[in-house]
Ligand binder design. Sequence first.
Ligand SMILES: [Zn+2]
Length: 484
Amino acid sequence: MEAVFILEAVLLGHVICFFLDRYLKGIHSPKYAIFLKILPVQIEFLNVKWATSVFNKTLNSWVVQKLWFLHKWYNLGTVVTLLICIPSMILLTSTALTSFQNLFQTIQEETALQPVLPGINLPKSDYCYYFITLLLCTVVHEVGHAIAALCEQVPLINMGFMLWLIIPAAFVELPTNCVHVLSPWKQLKIYCAGVWHNIILSTIALLMLFFLPYVLMPFFETGDGVYIVDLNQYLTKGLHDFQVGNQITHLNNCRVTDEQSWNQCLSDILRDSSFGFCLDDSYLSDKMNGDALCCNDSALSNSHLCFFTLPMSSSNNRYCLRARQVTNLSYGWCHEHNGCSVKQSCLVPLLSNENGNETDSTKFIEIKRHGENPILFIGQPQEIYSSVYISNYTPRTILGPIFAHRIEYLLRYLISFSAGLAMLNVVPCVYMDGQHIANAVSEIITNGRHNVLLKIFIKNVLIFVGTLLVVVNILLGLLVLIIK
Ligand SMILES: [Zn+2]
């Protein structure tokens, strides 16, 4: 519903802008003429463009100064871009196959490439990252084309930004006749420059992400637990005491150092059968509860929890105890009776039906945190996963973790979007850089043979396969998103 609402609002906005523009131009509105002079936007149907040529001179003089380096830079970029053509097509093929399988199975396998659509698989909180990243990736991409073109003495017409539907992007206009008269290798350098810049941007973002904890070390602590940044509304029957600002170090006996280990611990707990606590037999000797209902249906059910010792053969080994007392007195974790020392028993919380057969994924989770009592959570691990927002960065100063969290998130988006854009553009698909790359490559392959038919054949086969791959991937990706 949210996706439909967003699409409707965007379409309506574009339609209003389009007709308003036509109307104001039609009546020769002087105020609108002044507005267009200040902000020269071109309003087309579902597309708003702004272009300028004011940077052309500055960029050109900068290119002239660095010409030697830039030639080497784009030669290297062209080789690297051509080298990733084949792996990109293999990756697209495997992604298409995985998406196709995902259409027919309930448990979905993760695909390397996935369409990201606001309102469908992009949370509202990520919209800002999405638009900033898209804009940055396309600016870097287009600047690549612009500089490479200037290196080959191809002048720029203009550069600017556009908003197609909801997608922001940068663009550069080049005189195509000037590009087409260049040698195939020089053309390749211009066409590959955008992809090359995206590869570089992705690599820089990856390195920054790797070094971020070291750069932010004076302000944030990392590697010793995760920091709770935010909580959403719980829809849980479980009890909890999560607080924003808690630094979580353990989920049961699973050590939490960062977001990855946090996710891993939660999925381990979800998969594992219930954990138990090793307690002295002497403590348990007078606390046995022979009643089959144990703590259930009694006044104690609000404050106590039913535990049983393994092996669970009868109701004679049940104990109605305060969970906090059990965790405080516990000597360690156990799965089986032999997980504890002699004269100790493995006490397991009874969270399901009276036979101990767990009917859902309800778990008892002891969540250890720095400086405060552990949180005792009874519920499903997925609830913690979807309700507790965490960061790898625990603040040392007044600088909040949201600062580091945003930088990290932006870098993650940059890595994946920039790499994705490079991968899509390198594939020989119509309307993409890959189409022009395929054209230039087929010219180089057939150079000197004067066989026009062979050149056209190679180019068309490449473009047909590439376009088919991209279209199939997009369609399957969208189908999986919509159906599942
Ligand atoms: Zn491009």
